[in-house]
Design a protein around this ligand. Structure first.
Ligand code: IVH
Length: 702
């Protein structure tokens, strides 16, 4: 690379423009989409190059230059908050020499005598996102993101959901100033991040690249409920606009923060001079991999506040602080194979099997490749040499492929289009709203795929589906592990097989016995008859809840009809699909899922086998002449003469629409015991209300 000082102005201008565009794009990806597409190291290197050019050619510096802006402007959707005291960023040191130079600059600036020590406060640099919290007379009144440092987003409501954010300050040990803006880092613990990602993956939602992005994505949610459901935490470490600081040193102010009720990082400490500070860096680095949160370096702050204010700021960072970043934990290795795992919900996840390599003290031999799009974007192939990175205890990631090391005979990698576990088709759904393909490829053989079987079986027997007494999640796990129940059909042949098998008798299993086994078989027999809508719901087809199952039952009337329609022998399959879409209430995602399910050969086979064991009632067409046909009814309170499910089914069979909430369109409210707000609202709206008995009388079922 040409050094900026050796560049002619026009080359420097062009390079400056290129770097500016690149950094702006990355800022957007990082701060607004929470989806960085380059490593921090690559970002830092580009920013450094831009700075070097600006140092040689100061005429290229503009207010818009990425060197002058912290992060990027706020994204839309939240109110804006002006930071009266700007939220700044920190200069970086990469080694002890940089730290010594920092100390030298501080000493020179303050004009200190050689024998005078500078004490530094060392704090872990938390890898999260900073927030400013405004307290007026000890009450949390406003919280904001950093944004571009001058203007951030109002995320008060989101911040209120953080457990370790005191809504009022505890003034019992440190007095509370009229105004105090506490600043700190919002982060997610590694354990919470992993749990969140697992949930996200299972639901087919975006997985986050690291805890920092998960924290950012969780904090900046317009729907505060989402923020509340994600476990975010906060470490307080700085302040903005204040009426009174309350201390003479960084350490004292942080003590005051803990007195007020904030979490202050327990590894932070005062170092009497730079040698101690360097020592503190090493100690924190050693602890890094054992921490339950990501840190990416150590921040050193001049401890004395009178010195901090004399030192002041340069452009976007304080002269009194510096961050010593940890070297990225990266290593180079080879992709030996790409394997595909199938999750409990059928999501196919590619995993790279790597030649074992030591990354920052941990041997890594697998890396998640997330999904097909990730593989394509990075063009990762079997045989490639790749850079892997480990952040904290998080699953290692492939950062990039070293293309110059690629062997000649590699091929682009595509995920299999059939499930590696069961052989059913694996598909990517199209989102009907955006027309975009889902990033997750899923196995369509839910019930026949052993990777998904247990979950599906649990659903199959659950209360709202087959509802088999004595056969719950626990028993399904047991029977599955014993090899007795691998598919729903096996439930209905369990008794016969138990009689025929002299070696393994269910009555000998723990928690069973003669009576329990007899009861279980009896309960299974009782469910050999089932309504079509319940049956469809029990299959656990993607997007098919009770409502959609009912719509399908109502429109196709029998399992035979469904099997026939999707048999593949239809003269006009296009029409079959359009008919399905034309059902009022069925959208494209549902239609796709239904089509896929009933067309899949393995599922068809299973359905035929099931139909041989049980009898599925054809759908009872609702009674058009009933007194409640076409009416909207709401059930509320606790019903005593019938279950909620029964009441709903009965009403629907009579052609009524059952709704969960009262509006002016509601015709009847049926109020059971302890009916509350719905009853009040119905009365206020003039909706006809009645007791359970009155309802039964009206529909002639008493
Ligand atoms: S002090 C004026 N202390 O690092 C000084 N920042 O690169 C303001 N950070 O925006 C920052 N841990 O998001 C400070 N112990 C710590 C920190 C910390 C993490 C983040 C913060 C800041 C960025 C600066």
């Amino acid at each position: 690379m040409v050094e900026p000082k050796d560049m002619p102005l026009d080359a420097a201008t062009a390079e400056h423009r290129r770097l500016t565009a690149f950094l702006q794009e990355q800022n957007r990806a990082y701060y607004q989409a929470d989806a960085p597409n380059v490593s921090d190291a690559e970002y830092d290197a580009n920013l450094l190059q831009l700075r070097l050019i600006e140092k040689t050619f100061p005429q290229l510096i503009s207010r818009e230059s990425p060197s002058q802006i912290v992060g990027s402007a706020p994204s839309r959707g939240f109110g804006k908050v002006q930071h009266t005291v700007p939220m700044l960023s920190l200069d970086n040191a990469f080694n002890s020499e940089d730290l010594r130079e920092f100390e030298g600059r501080v000493r020179r600036f303050l004009g200190l005598a050689p024998q005078e020590d500078v004490a530094f406060f060392a704090e872990p640099k938390i890898d999260g996102l900073s927030a400013s919290l405004r307290y007026e007379n000890g009450v949390f009144v406003q919280g904001a993101t950093r944004g571009d440092g001058k203007e951030g987003e109002d995320i008060t409501q989101n911040l209120r959901t953080l457990q370790d954010l005191p809504l009022t300050l505890d003034g019992s040990r440190s007095s509370i100033p009229d105004l105090f803006e506490v600043r700190g880092e919002v982060y997610m613990s590694i354990a919470d991040f992993q749990q969140l990602n697992q949930k996200q993956a299972e639901a087919g939602n975006k997985v986050f690249a690291n805890p920092r992005n998960a924290a950012a994505g969780s904090l900046r949610q317009l729907d505060v409920k989402i923020t509340a459901s994600r476990k975010l935490r906060l470490f307080a470490y700085a302040w903005g606009d204040v009426s009174e600081v309350g201390g003479k040193t960084q350490a004292e102010v942080l003590d005051q923060f803990s007195n007020w009720g904030f979490s202050v990082n327990p590894l932070s400490r005062v170092c009497s001079n730079m040698s101690e500070a360097i020592d503190a860096y090493r100690k924190i680095e050693e602890l890094r991999s054992s921490l339950d949160y990501d840190i990416d370096g150590v921040v050193f702050k001049v401890n004395r506040l009178d010195w901090q204010s004399r030192l002041g700021f340069v452009s976007r960072s304080p002269r009194w602080a510096i961050a010593h970043k940890f070297p990225a934990e990266q290593a180079t290795t080879q992709v030996e194979d790409i394997e595909v795992q199938v999750g409990r919900t059928g999501a196919l996840t590619p995993v790279a099997r790597l030649a074992p390599v030591n990354v920052g003290g941990v041997v890594v031999s697998n890396a998640t490749l997330h999904n097909e799009e990730e593989i394509q974007r990075k063009d990762i192939r079997i045989g490639d040499t790749v850079v892997v990175q480990r952040a904290g205890d998080v699953i290692p990631q492939v950062v990039e492929v070293l293309l110059d090391k690629r062997p000649v005979d590699t091929e682009a990698y595509n995920l299999p289009t059939v499930c590696p576990v069961c052989g059913s088709h694996a598909v990517r759904e199209t989102n009907p709203l955006t027309g975009k393909e889902d990033v997750v490829r899923r196995c369509t053989g839910g019930l026949v795929c052993s990777a998904q079987a247990v979950e599906r079986l649990k659903h199959f027997v659950s209360r709202t589906a087959f509802d088999i007494d004595g056969l719950g999640a626990k028993q399904i796990e047991l029977f599955y592990n014993k090899g007795l129940v691998k598919s729903p059909v096996d439930i209905f042949t369990l008794e016969k097989r138990d009689q025929e098998n002299p070696l393994q008798k269910i009555k000998n299993f723990e928690g069973f016995g003669d009576k329990a086994v007899r009861n279980l078989f009896g309960a299974i027999d009782q469910r050999r008859e089932i309504d079509l809508d319940k049956f469809i719901y029990a299959l656990g087809i993607r997007h098919i809840g009770q409502g959609n199952a009912r719509l399908l039952a109502k429109n196709y009337l029998s399992l035979d009809a469904l099997l026939d329609v999707f048999s593949g022998d239809q003269p006009d399959p296009g029409k079959v699909y359009v008919d399905l879409l034309n059902i009022d209430g069925i959208g494209a995602a549902v239609a796709d899922a239904v089509k896929q399910f009933f067309s899949e050969e393995k599922n068809r086979e299973l359905l035929l086998n099931l139909a041989a064991q049980i009898s599925i009632h054809t759908f009872d067409v609702p009674d058009e002449d009933s007194p409640v046909s076409g009416k909207t009814v709401v059930f509320t309170g606790s019903l005593e003469l019938m279950s909620r499910a029964e009441a709903k089914a009965q009403a629907e069979n009579l052609g009524a629409k059952v709704s969960g909430s009262i509006s002016a369109k509601t015709d009847y409210l049926v109020a059971g015991a302890k009916a509350g707000s719905k009853l009040k609202k119905a009365e206020a709206l003039g909706v006809t209300t009645m007791s359970e008995q009155e309802w039964l009388d009206m529909i002639g079922k008493s």
